[in-house]
Design a protein around this ligand. Sequence first.
Ligand code: MLT
Length: 206
Amino acid sequence: MDFIHHFIPAHETPPRRVLLLLHGTGGNENDMIPLGRDLDPAAALLSLRGNVLENGMPRFFRRLAEGVFDEEDVVRRAHELADFIPAAAAKYEFDPAILSAVGYSNGANISAAVLLLYPGAIKSAILLRAMVPLTPATLPDLAGIRVLICSGTRDPIIPVENAERLTAMLRESGADVTLRFEEAGHQLVFDEIAAAKNWLRESSRE
Ligand code: MLT
C-alpha cells in the first residue's frame, strides 16, 4: 500500500461508513483518529500519513511557500490517493461508496484536489480549513457528491475569498456544497465539529 496508515474496523460488519482521515502539515496517521471517532463513533477509520516531507513535517503534496502549491505535485499526489482508495477498499473489504473524506488544512486540500481531478473517487467530504488546491483545465462532473467546507473568518492562512472560490468551483461542478464560516482562525472550534456531525448524520438519512 502506498501510504502509511491505520485502519480501525467498525463495530458493525460490513461498516456503514468509512472515514478517510487526512491530517494537516506536520501531522501523522494518529492525529485525526480522535476527531474521526467523535464525528461518527460507529464508522471504520482509515487514517493516512502524507508521503511528502517538508523539513521533517509530513504533508500530502509539496508547496513552494505557504499557500503556494507545486501544482505538478498536487496532480501526482492526488492520483496516488485516488488509486489508494479502491486498493484499501479491496484490502479492508468495504464499498468505496461509503467512504467520506475528512481532511484538515493540507489534508482538506488534497481531498479537494481528488474531488476536482478524480470525480467519483470520493463521494462525500468534510473539508476543514480548505483552499483551492489547483484550477483544473476543465471542471469535473460532481453531481451527487456532497461536500461540507468549514472555514474561519479570521484564518491567517486561508483568505475567506479563497474558501469561497473553492466552494464556487465545486458548486459549478455540480456538487452539493455547504459552506460554513466560524469566527475562528486556522484552529478548529467546537461548533463546527458539532455541525460536521449533524451533516454526516443527514447524509446517512439520504
Ligand atoms: C497547511 O499548512 O497545511 C496549509 O495551510 C495548507 C496547505 O499547505 O495545503
